[in-house]
Design a protein. Sequence first.
Length: 304
Amino acid sequence: MRLIIWIVTLCWASLAFAHSDANYVESDVFGKLGPQDKGVILMVHFGTTYADTREKTIEVINAKMKEAFPGLEIREAWTSRIILRKLKERGEERLNPTEALIRLQKEGFTHVLVQSTNIIEGTEMTELRREIESLAPNFKDVRVGNPLLYSPEDYATVIQAVTQAMEGIEKGSQKLLVGHGTVVPATASYAMFDYMLKAKGYSHYHVGTVEGYPTFEEALNQLEAAKLPVVTLAPLMFVAGDHARNDIAGEWKEKLEEKGYEVNLYLKGLGENPVVQDLYIAHARFAAGHKAVSMAVKKRNYSK
């Protein structure tokens, strides 16, 4: 019960922060629907070819979003072209965000809230925002919810969720959380997550990335400095898919074992964690109730 109260407090703090910095104004996207209007929530996922992790993450968050916004239709789009191609070869159809938005327009939807399950504001999120912006004129109102780690309060919430979930896993071992990473400066989000973990007293938790910074070598340096021989590897990703099963459970595990570490695996995506699911929903609620202020409007206000 104490954890739930703490999480709610953080979510409200995050909302207050976002509203107070003049980046948003209050505006209820679904509260102003006219007789001819139709509202919809489009959930956007990177995707996975693994049915088991999809059921525990993507399908669960879609269902919880439906509960959070009763009466609204929930649609879905996936962004990974590789995964979409593999599924198509199996005879499974999944739409990408552009295809999904075009279909929504054809079906008469006028007000759209897009909530992705991206972890950071990286290249995937940038591309998604670009796609949405190009098609936004086709609708009366389009909102975009923020990724999981956006404000410092988001980081604190996820850190609490992750450390509590792993509290009883291989006690005494170091925990190495492995994110996807990105080639743009937003990869610093992972370093911030690592810094905040240690600032909050979780000195045996470390962060590395598959395709960004911190690299495997930087993560290894932290492991060696702690001088504990047992390591538990876990994905800092929404699903435990290809990266978790091939890179983390494969290459990273093998490299650490070559260095003499005893390595255990905790292959659960962040999307399986109820606290993480609720944080995404909190982001969607905020986006539904607040509209981002454009830079043009800000400049006009500042010049007065």
